[in-house]
Ligand binder design. Sequence first.
Ligand code: GUN
Length: 405
Amino acid sequence: MSATSQTPPFQHQFPGTSPPQNGIESIDQEGKEELSHSNRTSTMDNNEQHHREDQKSMTNSRYMPLLVVNYLMLFVGSLSSSLLSKFYFIHKGSNKWVSSWVQCAGFPLLLIPIFLPRRSTRKPFTDFTPRMLLYSILVGLMLGFNNLLISWGVAYLPVSTSALLLSSQLAFTLILSAIIVKQKINFSNLNCVILLTLSSIILALDSSHQRPEGLTKRNYFIGFFCTIGAGLLFSLYLPVMEKIYRTVYCYEMVMEIQLVMEIAATVLATVGMACDGGFSGIREEADRVFDLGPTAYWVTIMATVVTWQWCFTGTAGMVFLTSSLTGGICSTALLSMNVLGGVVVYRDPFGGFKAVSTVLCVWGFCSYVFGMHVRKKLENAQTRNSNGRESFSELVPLEIRDEVC
Ligand SMILES: Nc1nc2[nH]cnc2c(=O)[nH]1
């Protein structure tokens, strides 16, 4: 694979999240080749070293804009897709397969970043190996199943309850990314996971007496366990994606993998929809069931398709540019924003519990971002130091060094 012929330019640039230089367990041959390549680069002569550094600084200039664009997509996509999904169910939409189909059917939009004209001579999909294709399809099916579980949760639970249950995915993500991608657990990420989880527990305390009228206990528990299941699947999805992205060297390849995954998830949802009453059921829902009429139905469906696409593209980009844990933290922090969205759009009540929960969430998220910023600065200092053949330990105070290493 030609991915092995270059140094991955902007992978894992935050120090706390960067893969270890030695002993990475590769998921496949490409990963092993990448590893042996990185060993080879350690013996490069000075010219090659300069060349590599030039490449790095070139990519660095693309890194921040990509990060900002991806986070904006995640922010806008997560908030608007969750509000629109609830809108569908509030106005008498009830098909869980439709609700999971809209989460992935926007995959053709990914052709834009894939085929966007650019300076690079790389042709789309030329680096795709059969093994990568297989992994993408398997992860896509897992994502499709996650989407179905999310739909059951959104259909039956209040926004704040599902936000609480989904936030449990962060603790799972921390554990699974420690196992799968050897994510280091440090004060900054542990503090953030605890604050975001606390924020959700407070929301749950507030919403425990808010079971919507007409929701049976049975349906409540179906929604409850489906959402917990979705949280578990998503926390497996994130580090598995990070592992796959370690064999990938450019953002365009991330979009290609995302395209294959979402096609697989869409096939799953389409088969489910066909088996569960067929497509005539959807027309029936649009014409007779949705209480705002067919035009509003199709506009809602199309808008949900686009916004879910932003959400998943943003998540994939964040995992690629940072790490599965950072991606998970960014997604989960937005769950509290979704609660605020519910307050503004659906006039959900907003009391002291929700205010405290939101403050905790913003605090956890900001302290994590600040921690990453400090670590990034330290890493730059370390890089400058090692170029100057000085030891990192000479520059960085002991207590900070312990935190970084
Ligand atoms: N389970 C789960 N599925 C998602 N799909 C998009 N965002 C999420 C998330 O945060 N959790």
